[in-house]
Design a protein. Structure first.
Length: 318
């Protein structure tokens, strides 16, 4: 995996094979129980003992180093400035395409990090809750672009992250239902002064246009201390999306309350054709135009093979 432009000699990343990365686990203990893997794994994603030992335990060890160093820097800065400030949480972003396995990675990291000594408080939030409600998207003609940057209430998301980073307690985020494919009215997820917050979403590394007048324009990743991009070839992503769509057709879509209930009675051929059309019209376009271009902004890149296992790891040089 080469992250450089064709004319670029210096690679800002150190690239590790799976075997090289696995050796960096050292003596990091396995804290997950065998029965937890099914709970943490998303539909059709790959997660087993070997994947956690080879990929996520070394990553957990690396993050422990980063978090400890950042906490000491925060303390030293406050001492230097002679200020008393609230606890500043460490924020980790997890980005990547639809169907790449972001949710699995985010949940595994949350489970592992929460078991460090002395048991830090680790919260997880997805940016789905910051999508505009369907009524707004329909009014603005954006339903076919759900998941694109313009479909999110960015000011609300930035306000949420600003409150979290400022150490405020009981910060609320909207709740999204994958069953109804919409924001749940009147429901909120509350994040209360975590030690670590994981923020997962397709476009969390997205940048904005720089203003000509030099005024500050915050972006979501401004609040991140570390970011992970989960990468895979487009052919694999396409296949995983189709496979997931077919599985949902036989499970979640059969619920009469499901937004996608109309797909529940499709044949295999019809469901596959529908999934391909949705992938190409929405998810592939979003990947090519908005998600993949943010990959070089990540601190760490996990490159998956066709079987959903991580084949290589790229870590940005300090």
């Amino acid at each position: 995996m080469d992250i450089r432009a064709p004319e670029q000699q210096y690679n800002p990343y150190r690239i590790y094979t799976r075997e090289q990365w696995a050796r960096l686990r050292d003596d990091t203990p396995m804290t997950l129980e065998p029965g937890e893997f099914d709970r943490l794994r998303s539909l059709h994603d790959r997660l087993d003992l070997q994947e956690v030992e080879d990929i996520y335990l070394p990553l957990s060890r690396l993050l422990s180093i980063y978090v400890d160093a950042m906490q000491r820097l925060y303390y030293a800065e406050r001492q230097f400035l002679n200020i008393r400030d609230r606890k500043v949480p460490y924020i980790i972003g997890v980005a990547g395409s639809v169907a790449v396995g972001k949710s699995t990675t985010a949940r595994v990291l949350q489970a592992l990090l929460a078991r460090w000594s002395p048991r830090p408080k680790v919260e997880l939030i997805t940016t789905d809750g910051f999508l505009y409600p369907n009524a707004v998207l329909e009014r603005q003609g954006l339903m076919q672009k759900k998941g694109f940057p313009e479909s999110y209430d960015l000011p609300l998301l930035l306000s949420f992250l600003s409150d979290i980073k400022s150490g405020r307690g009981h910060v609320r985020a909207p709740v999204y239902s994958h069953l109804t494919y919409d924001i749940v009215p009147g429901q909120w997820a509350e994040v209360d002064q975590p030690d670590i917050l994981i923020v997962e979403g397709v476009n969390v590394l997205q940048t904005g246009k720089l203003p000509r007048d030099g005024k500050a324009v915050p972006v979501v990743s401004d609040f991140f201390d570390f970011s992970v991009y989960i990468d895979a070839d487009e052919a694999a992503l396409r296949q995983w999306y189709i496979k997931r769509f077919l599985a949902l057709r036989d499970t979640a879509f059969t619920n009469p309350k499901s937004y996608f209930n109309r797909y529940a009675l499709l044949s295999d051929e019809e469901a596959t054709a529908t999934a391909v059309a949705i992938w190409e019209r929405t998810n592939l376009a979003n990947l090519e135009d908005n998600i993949l271009p943010t990959r070089p902004r990540a601190t760490l890149i996990l490159k998956k093979g066709a079987d959903h296992t991580v084949e290589s790891v790229a870590l940005r040089r300090l």
